[in-house]
Design a protein around this ligand. Structure first.
Ligand code: AOF
Ligand code: ZN
Length: 349
């Protein structure tokens, strides 16, 4: 039996829950009968809904699964949450073998699901495509182990790392295909974060259910700017400025140091508000300010050169004299969106 093949299918199924399961993990499940034929598939559709194993098993008659194998990318749960424990249902249904991608990092489960299965005589196979399974649930892992919001930055630049010409022209640096991929990326995150300069400069819509705007001096037009026309909005601003009262907008007074809003404070607040992940889509200044708090970068690169050293670079970070002091990253993935590419990077620690 090809464990990797079915685990890959679990990951694919799990991704169908992207955008809907937060703060829960993405989980997919495949069930095989005793003759090793696939008889059911399932996934966790939305937070509060059935877990992946229950979704897959409830489609079958209890007799169908006797002696079967169940694949799942995350350890089956052992606790009574919004639904009863998946481990109990698996045991009840007479499954003989459970193949798991990774242990649950939720301390209420953390090995208890596996122990329960083993205690009932089920064969448990662990660590199948573990790295892929951990990548799939990087947000859930950060939330559970660090109690912090996961932060990603998306940029679109020219070959010379510019996000616009020196006159501010930036529409469009990347191709349609690349910009469509941005929609898919956005969908994975609980909220999008941008700056007042981006709102003032580009007046973007940024259609998303939750949006965060950093507007220290409350300079943007809360009634007219497109970004404020839909979704739930959080505006972080300096504490000495009186915020207006507007429906759907939550104004958050934020400490300021050296004319900059305190990013650490903002990220503690986002976690408090139940925002498990954010995608930063802003200019070089804010990108630079977030760099030290960033878990992942999506960098689209278009094969164009602006060739003007007064044009903005995508990361206004810190000055280093020695190249060995640069902030360095590992490239996790390279994808083509002709004629552009997308690099997915994670910071080296
Ligand atoms: C599974 N299969 O599909 C998921 C699991 O609030 P609840 O009841 O939905 O429980 C959420 C916790 O259950 C979550 O933090 C994680 O530990 C586990 N999620 N477990 O066996 C699933 N989504
Ligand atoms: Zn469960």
């Amino acid at each position: 039996m090809d464990y990797n093949y079915y685990m890959r299918r679990c990951i694919e199924l799990a991704k169908q829950g992207e955008g809907n399961v937060s703060p829960n993990p993405l989980v997919g499940c495949v069930v095989l009968d005793s003759n090793e034929n696939v008889i059911s598939e399932g996934y966790h559709h939305y937070c509060g809904g059935n877990h992946a194993e229950r979704d897959a098993l409830l489609k079958l008659s209890p007799a169908a699964t006797i002696g079967g194998t169940l694949f799942v990318n995350l350890e089956p749960c052992s606790h009574f949450g919004k639904t009863p424990p998946c481990a109990d249902l698996i045991i009840d249904r007479g499954i003989k073998r459970v193949v798991i991608g990774m242990q649950d990092v939720n301390p209420i489960v953390a090995g208890n699901g596996i122990a329960k299965l083993k205690a009932s005589g089920i064969e448990v196979v662990e660590h199948v495509l573990e790295e892929e399974c951990k990548n799939l649930n990087e947000v859930f892992i950060k939330n559970m182990t660090q109690h912090k919001t996961f932060v990603a930055i998306k940029t679109a630049t020219t070959l010379d790392g510019k996000t616009a010409t020196s006159t501010g022209s930036s529409k469009w640096i990347t191709s349609n295909a690349a910009r469509e991929e941005v929609q898919t990326i956005r969908h994975r995150y609980d909220a999008i974060l941008t700056s007042s300069s981006t709102v003032l400069g580009d007046n973007p819509t940024m259609a998303h259910k939750r949006k965060i705007i950093l507007d220290r001096e409350l300079k943007t037009d809360f009634l007219k700017s497109k970004i404020y026309q839909n979704g739930e909005i959080f505006v972080f601003h300096a504490p000495n400025i009186q915020a207006p009262e507007i429906k759907n907008i939550k104004f958050v007074p934020t400490p300021v140091t050296a004319n900059k809003l305190d990013i650490e404070f903002i990220l503690n607040k986002t976690y408090e508000f139940g925002i498990m992940s954010i995608l930063v889509e802003a200019g070089g200044k804010l990108n630079g300010a977030f760099l030290d708090f960033t878990d992942k970068i999506y960098q689209f690169i278009a094969p164009k050169i602006v060739g003007d050293n007064t044009a903005l670079s995508c990361f206004d970070y810190r000055k280093v004299n020695n190249i060995s002091d640069s902030k360095s990253f590992s490239i996790k993935e390279v994808k083509n969106f002709p004629p552009d590419i997308l690099l997915t990077l994670i910071p080296n620690t």
